[in-house]
Design a binder for this molecule. Structure first.
Ligand code: CU
Ligand code: ZN
Length: 169
């Protein structure tokens, strides 16, 4: 009985460790002069990563470009320290789920009349797994002031960076 208990504790710990490996959070913080912030949860499920959460402080009914950027550096206060879009496979900028895209090209955020966007999508564009070339752990996430036109190279002409966060295990 004692051994059985020890074994189940061991299994529970093992399962928890495995789950923790497959999860990340992003604390999005408003850049200087802006108000957009919130928390995102990223969970690896097989080949997919699910992205869920809520962002507040957006423009009422606004559409906002949303990307994983190359570097996890929000220190400059304007989001520019994150560099360009995360693009480990040297692709062109595009619309998530439609043809060629950067690994960091994500579905745009759509705010309601209160400036709140509920985020809920799945993607195979990037990964949370070590050894995967598109591993996004430690990279930046950026919300832009303007809509992404999904055409202009290399960044979709989405304007200034209004919120910045780092993908953190
Ligand atoms: Cu961006
Ligand atoms: Zn892009």
């Amino acid at each position: 009985m004692k051994n059985l208990l020890a074994l189940s504790v061991l299994i529970a710990f093992g399962v928890n460790a495995a789950l923790a490996d497959n999860r990340a959070t992003v604390q999005m913080q408003a850049t200087k002069g802006n108000t957009a912030s919130g928390t995102l949860e990223l969970v690896q499920k097989g080949d997919l990563v699910s992205v869920t959460g809520k962002i507040e402080g957006l423009r009422a009914n606004g559409e906002h470009g949303f990307h994983v950027h190359e570097k996890g550096d929000c220190a400059s206060g304007d989001g520019m320290g994150t560099g360009g879009h995360f693009n480990p496979l040297a692709k062109t900028h595009g619309m998530h789920g439609h043809g060629e895209t950067h690994a960091g090209d994500l579905p745009s955020l759509k705010a309601d009349a209160s400036g709140i966007a509920v985020v809920n999508f799945e993607t195979t564009s990037f990964s949370l797994l070590e050894g995967n070339p598109a591993n996004a752990i430690g990279r930046g996430m950026i919300i832009h002031r303007d809509p992404d036109d999904f055409k202009t190279q290399p960044s979709g002409n989405a304007g200034p960076r209004i919120s910045c966060g780092v993908v953190t295990k």
